[in-house]
Design a protein around this ligand. Structure first.
Ligand code: ATP
Length: 584
């Protein structure tokens, strides 16, 4: 997946962000109002100081120092309260926006799984649902209120100047603010936006690398590849420094421009103001009040500096998240209940393609047609990578084929209710995932109401009960992250036990006994057959010499079914099955 942002316009992204975070719009407005009021009080404070200084310099009646301090202290108190209000509502908005965005992401991810998780890079996915969401949150925390105050504070400041009779100075303030805003925003376009997109891409690559390193730690140590991986990480860091350089250049330039502009504006206002004082059109206190107030009001424009940086990053992140959440839910539709009775499966002229990271399609299944008779045990065999798992996941409707049709009990899978299908047709994947929880909790994922005796029964069928009994914590044993605290064979049998608890009408076992010795594997198969006498069982296996009780075997090669029949018949015929058998 590419992190390219231009897929969506800023308008589309803004509309999407506001749509997702609609519930926080009211506090967002409150936060913005508090910010504007706070900054305007800042303007008034400094203008008051300028005014009092002007009165003193011109010998006009002025307030005592104590009174000035009292007035400033009073304003400061209100200002502090407004600042607190802005921060409080701003943080409320930010955390609520985080929650809403996360919910939006996960709500859209689940319907796309498991097709999405089969193809997306796990690290990149992780970055999108964590870092990208954090960046979008910044849009609400640091972007909206500064944008509002950057527009309103200059207008209100110049209105104040106009109210004091300094019309020309008011116009000058507006012109200076507008020019600076334009420069800041223009300096941000182009290179900075591209840099933000590239940065996200590189960062996502780094996270993918890190998750790869953590996952493949044993291999890296085993093959002594630490230096290679370290160098790879270093290269990525260098790349990151390279792509972030334009952003830093723009930031530095902008900081210089804004600092120069604030000084320039204050000097200009003072000079023009003095001219007007000399011409008798304005008084010195007004000029000093306006110049000081305008100087303070600059804070609002400075906020735009940060805001435009955050905005660029937020848009880039929003584009990546929107791309993820707008992925097509797989599968869709399906209103018919599952047909009654034993389940028969049919594939008719099925083609399936995987898309790689560059968007190129690779065909995994070619014109596959097969009939899996109901209520018997069948096997799917073939060399590695020939398409067995792909075909099996299509029967559980993890995803849909690009061409052809799949039927269950004579009914199109696309027309069948997905929930009904998934609770009746259970696919036990090659690398079944165990969650970092107890054995009991992992089993109850399939059947939350299952009693302890039911759990033990399922474990017995899967031939793992004895081992669990011997564990000090028994059913309460933690399986560790990704089930690393149990052996590969135990993990597989726990996954089988979990499937058994669903009382499936059809079971697809994808190399589910690969880690077991022949004898244990045969026991598991026998127990399963006894426990699920009516179920249709399709087993993907490399254990080709152990197909006792198997009615039909399909042999696949390079995405096609090339042989099918009873194992004993196929063993007599020339072909792939015979040669696989001779090697077994
Ligand atoms: N998520 C994926 N993205 C891209 N290509 C994939 C993906 N999964 C599988 N493939 C490719 O599709 C083809 C069929 O893969 P599949 O896993 O179905 O084969 P298999 O027969 O089950 O292999 P094995 O016996 O090794 O498990 C292979 O060429 C594989 O590289």
């Amino acid at each position: 997946m590419d992190a390219a942002a231009p897929k969506y316009t800023h308008r589309q992204l803004t509309r999407w962000m506001f749509k997702v975070t609609r519930p926080v719009l009211a506090p967002l407005l409150a936060s913005s109002a508090a910010r504007v009021a706070d900054q305007m009080l800042g303007v008034i404070m400094l203008a008051y100081c300028g005014w009092q200084l002007g009165l003193r310099l011109t010998g006009l009646p002025h307030a005592t120092l104590g009174r000035v301090v009292l007035v400033l202290g009073g304003i400061a108190l209100v200002k502090a309260f407004l600042r607190y209000l802005e921060q409080f509502t701003g943080h409320f908005v930010a955390f609520k926006a985080l929650e809403l965005l996360r919910r939006e992401a996960y709500e859209h991810l689940y319907p796309q799984a498991p097709a999405l998780t089969r193809s997306a890079r796990a690290g990149d996915l992780l970055v999108r649902v964590t870092r990208d969401i954090d960046r979008i949150e910044v849009f609400f925390a640091h972007t909206f209120a500064p944008a509002v105050s950057a527009v309103l504070v200059p207008i209100l400041t110049s209105l104040l100047a106009w109210y004091w009779g300094a019309g020309i100075l008011a116009l000058l303030i507006l012109a200076c603010y507008a020019a600076s805003l334009a420069v800041i925003l223009l300096l941000d376009l182009g290179s900075a936006r591209r840099a933000a997109n590239q940065t996200l891409q590189v960062r996502s690559g780094i996270v993918t690398q890190v998750s790869d390193i953590i996952g493949g730690n044993r291999e890296i140590r085993g093959y002594e590849l630490q230096d290679d991986f370290f160098k790879k990480q270093q290269q990525a860091e260098v790349e990151l420094a390279k792509v972030t350089a334009p952003t830093h250049l723009v930031l530095g330039l902008r900081r210089g421009v804004t600092f120069g502009a604030v000084i320039g504006m204050t000097v200009l206002l003072t000079l023009v103001g003095f001219g007007q004082v000399r011409a008798g059109q304005l008084t010195l206190p007004v000029v000093l009040a306006v110049a000081a107030g305008a100087f303070r009001g600059w804070e609002s424009v400075r906020g735009v500096e940060d805001f435009s940086t955050f905005l660029t990053q937020s848009f880039a992140s929003a584009a990546r998240l929107l791309e993820l959440t707008s992925g097509k839910p797989v599968p869709e539709g399906g209103t018919l209940p599952l047909p009654e009775g034993q389940l028969q499966f049919t594939a008719q002229d099925v083609d399936f393609y995987y898309e790689d990271a560059t968007g190129q399609a690779h065909q995994a299944l070619k014109q596959v047609s097969m009939d899996v008779p109901a209520g018997q045990w069948h096997a799917l065999v073939g060399p590695t990578g020939c398409g067995k798992s792909t075909l099996a996941t299509l029967f559980a409707r993890y995803t849909d084929p690009q061409a052809g049709q799949l039927l269950v009990g004579g009914q199109d899978l696309r027309e069948t209710q997905v929930d009904a299908l998934r609770s009746a047709v259970v696919y036990v994947p090659q690398r079944a995932h165990l969650f970092n929880d107890t054995i009991a909790a992992n089993l109850r994922l399939a059947a939350p109401e299952a009693s302890e005796p039911e759990l033990w029964r399922a474990l017995e069928i899967a031939q793992v009960a004895e081992e669990v009994r011997q564990m000090p914590q028994g059913l309460e044993t933690m399986v560790g992250e990704k089930g690393t605290a149990v052996s590969g064979g135990q993990r597989q049998r726990l996954a089988i036990a979990r499937a058994v608890l669903m009382h499936p009408r059809a079971l697809i076992l994808d190399e589910s006994t690969a880690h077991l010795n022949d004898e244990l594997a045969a026991q598991v198969r026998r127990q399963l057959r006894e426990a699920l006498p009516q179920a249709t069982i399709l087993e993907i296996t490399h254990r080709i010499s152990q197909l006792e009780g198997v009615q039909t075997v399909w042999v696949m090669d390079q995405g096609q079914i090339i042989q099918s029949g009873k194992p004993s018949e196929l063993a007599q015929q020339p072909g792939v099955f015979g040669s696989l058998l001779s090697r077994a």
